[in-house]
Ligand binder design. Structure first.
Ligand code: ADP
Ligand code: ZN
Ligand code: ZN
Length: 719
């Protein structure tokens, strides 16, 4: 009698699985038992094993059943990913035109997508079981502290400020919403938006629902995290708050994610990546600083967490609050035409005057080391009054370029079409000499400053222009007694050093702070009386049409750091173009005025939000290859391709699509890779999406033969 193996007697179970591989489509496997969509499995793929997510359970595989491999292990240590999460990820994959597995798996905490976490002797029941065992031990140890936590939370809640009228109206208006409705909470810096989020969230928590609160960058603003954390913990208990951001270790991230998924965490506070966390009882989404560019991921799945948050709120039929002092023009446009509900907090919550903003015309006065005399005077005066000053310069390093007066040589990077920036390091030993070094901000290449000009031998090389380090040095010469510090990406490289510097500023141990955009966010410095802004004009005439919007937001934000607690503060902006409408609106603290003017310009030029864009970027060894690829991609879109027979005009509304000429990027070469891009535009989002779908299906054939890497970005933020 022939031996019949069990799998042959039973009806086989087929599963269709999403894997994190750069291939479209799903992969079929045979499963040892029936599983639901959303369950994770370990499957063989090529020579290795991978974690995948079951999306479908088809009646038969798409390929010859004899070729189909077995699922190695069904992972049931977490609840299956819920249907709405799968839908969100599928939407993101579709909208941003990426394979669904490349969206879903990277959205999970590391240990849940690594087969190795489940293999080997030490793996035990896998990462979740290990975590739970550890948590149980910790819980037994922590029992005693519960009483103290209770007292703490009562204190926190009793110290809550009572809402002012505008805040109360905003809270009430949001509370009235049932179902999906985006709300724009437009409030000047210091108007108390945070208090509104907290009250709205409290009501949602009281109804037994979960709250997702997105913030731009948690690492820079730990106090903000603390404010949220303390208040929410007072309401939902210490275990009721989970925090997620990219700075967490794998295990910490898994722990927070699990608590959210299991419904133990009632509030999830996090950066853009937390958008992809299953929240079974989601009742409200808040996006703080909704205009912030860090909501957009710049690699892989180039998604906008703000936009996906709106989609998710619609899908879950819950309200979403977008907060900002300077909303993105897209959001403002929706608020103006009624698609979003506009709520305003027109005044600062504390009885502080908004800072007085003054423009210093640099055209007809001598600058010394880049500083106008009035600006220096203002710093001196604040110093005498025992108040702090902040000088904002969005350019790190000592000088943007090193230059030879004799022959015109400049310090270019040999791997990039960019200058090497001069950097200055503190001496290795006390009393030693400061060292200089050239560094490329694009590829990271660095080397020592040449002793003489490489072209002509001139030994007197000169730094040109100035960055934060040189400014710091110069301020030290101007104000020898003052305590001066600098916050930028260089001074805060060491873990914890940013917090330490911010801490010193808050403690009043710094008189003059020099900083880049890093200082613009979140912090309100109580004793800051003066803000000086240098080199703002660089962004005014940028090639990027969104640069003025970003500049306005940044300057409002920097200005908002000052005098939040009572001292009448001043902000001086050095500019050669004081008559520009942007600066004029800024002086009036007039975001709506700026937005009106900027939107009129956008409309006249047919730019977002009056058009929808996508950007195809190609990278190659030589620019010509990248450009040629894009030219072919464009031809492919415009008519039938004689070689492959693809004809997009059959399937899409090509008449509504504009394809621009392929152009080199502004910094064309980075680390010896040359880059070019092709902009696609339409006045209809569905038409653009339809076109992109057909186009993306055809492009891989085109690139297979060429040595070009390419990627698509939908709704690009930078062009
Ligand atoms: P925003 O986020 O709008 O810039 P914040 O929420 O940080 O403003 O509020 C600014 C300051 O005002 C904070 O110190 C906050 O504690 C305080 N504040 C907010 N609302 C009130 C209120 N109703 N009464 C008193 N102080 C308030
Ligand atoms: Zn020279
Ligand atoms: Zn370089």
């Amino acid at each position: 009698m022939p031996v019949i193996s069990p799998t042959e007697t039973e009806t086989p179970v087929w599963v269709r699985v999403a894997l994190d591989v750069p291939l479209p489509g799903l992969f079929d496997y045979r499963s040892p038992r029936p599983v639901d969509p959303g369950v994770r499995v370990i499957v063989p793929f090529g020579r290795r094993e991978m974690v995948g997510i079951v999306l479908e359970t088809p009646g038969a595989p798409a390929v010859d059943p004899a070729q189909v491999k077995e699922v190695v292990r069904i992972l049931d240590d977490t609840p299956p990913l819920p249907a709405d999460w799968l839908k969100l990820a599928a939407f993101a994959a579709d909208y941003y035109h990426r394979p669904v597995g490349e969206v879903m798996l990277p959205a999970l905490p590391g240990p849940l997508r690594k087969p190795a976490a489940y293999q080997g002797k030490r793996a035990g029941g896998g990462p979740v079981a290990r975590l739970d065992a550890r948590a149980a031990r910790a819980k037994r140890a922590a029992k005693v502290q519960e009483n103290e936590a209770q007292q703490d939370s009562e204190q926190t809640l009793s110290k809550r400020p009572s809402l002012n009228r505008a805040q109360q109206e905003a809270v009430d208006a949001v509370a009235e919403i049932s179902g999906f409705k985006p709300v724009l909470l437009h409030g000047v810096t210091g108007s108390g938006k945070t208090e509104v989020y907290l009250h709205v969230a409290e009501r949602v928590l009281a109804r037994g629902r979960q709250v997702l609160l997105l913030v731009p960058e948690i690492n820079l603003t730990p106090q903000l995290e603390n404010v949220f954390r303390r208040r929410f913990e007072a309401i939902a208990g210490p275990a009721g708050v989970a925090v997620l951001h990219s700075g967490l270790a794998d295990g910490e991230r898994l722990e927070a994610w699990l608590r959210a998924v299991r419904g133990e965490a009632r509030v999830l506070l996090g950066t853009r990546l937390s958008l992809f966390t299953p929240l079974p009882e989601l009742g409200l989404i808040v996006v703080d600083e909704e205009h912030d560019p860090s909501y957009k991921q710049q690699e892989g799945l180039r998604y906008s967490a703000r936009d996906l948050a709106i989609w998710r709120a619609r899908d879950r039929n819950v309200p979403i609050v977008l907060g900002s002092a300077t909303p993105s023009l897209e959001t403002w446009h929706h608020a103006q035409n009624g698609r979003y509900l506009l709520l305003s907090l027109p005044q600062r919550a504390l009885a502080a005057e908004p800072p007085r903003i003054r423009l210093l015309d640099t055209r007809n006065q001598p600058l010394k080391q880049g500083l106008a005399p009035q600006l220096v005077q203002a710093v001196a005066q604040r110093l005498a009054q025992g108040e702090q000053s902040l000088i904002f310069l969005n350019r790190r390093g000592y000088a943007p370029v090193l230059h030879c007066d004799a022959c015109g040589w400049v310090s270019g990077c040999h791997r990039c079409s960019a200058y090497m920036v001069l950097h200055r390091h503190p001496p290795r030993t006390p009393g030693g000499l400061a060292r200089h070094e050239l560094r490329c901000h694009h590829c990271g290449w660095q080397h020592r400053v040449p002793a003489a000009c490489p072209d002509c031998g001139n030994q007197d090389l000169q730094p040109m222009g100035r960055g934060t380090q040189r400014l710091e040095e110069h301020l030290g010469e101007l104000f020898p007694g003052a305590r001066i510090a600098r916050i930028d990406a260089d001074s805060t490289r060491r873990k914890g050093s940013a917090q330490e510097l911010f801490g010193r500023m808050h403690a009043g141990e710094i008189d003059i702070l020099v900083g880049t955009q890093m200082v613009a966010k979140g912090h309100d410095f109580k004793n800051l009386g003066f803000v000086g802004v240098l080199n703002a004009d660089a962004m005014l005439f940028s090639h990027d049409f969104r640069a003025p919007e970003r500049l306005f937001a940044q300057l409002m934000q920097v200005a908002g750091r000052a005098g939040r607690a009572g001292t009448p503060a001043e902000v001086y902006i050095q500019t050669g173009y004081p008559e520009q409408p942007l600066y004029q609106a800024l002086v009036r603290h007039d975001y709506p005025g700026f937005a009106r003017y900027a939107l009129r310009e956008r409309e006249a030029a047919g730019l977002p939000p009056f058009a929808y864009q996508a950007l195809l970027t190609a990278e190659a060894r030589e620019l010509a290859q990248a450009l040629a690829f894009l030219a072919c991609a464009r031809r492919l879109a415009e008519g039938p391709d004689p070689e492959t027979g693809t004809d997009l005009s059959q399937s899409t509304e090509l008449s509504r699509i504009t394809l621009y000429d392929p152009v080199p990027l502004r910094v064309v070469r980075v680390a010896n890779v040359e880059r070019a891009q092709l902009l696609v535009e339409s006045n209809s989002r569905p038409a653009l999406q339809g076109f992109l779908r057909a186009w993306m299906a055809a492009l891989p054939q085109l690139s297979a033969a060429s040595r070009v890497r390419w990627y698509l970005e939908v709704d690009p933020l930078e062009i």
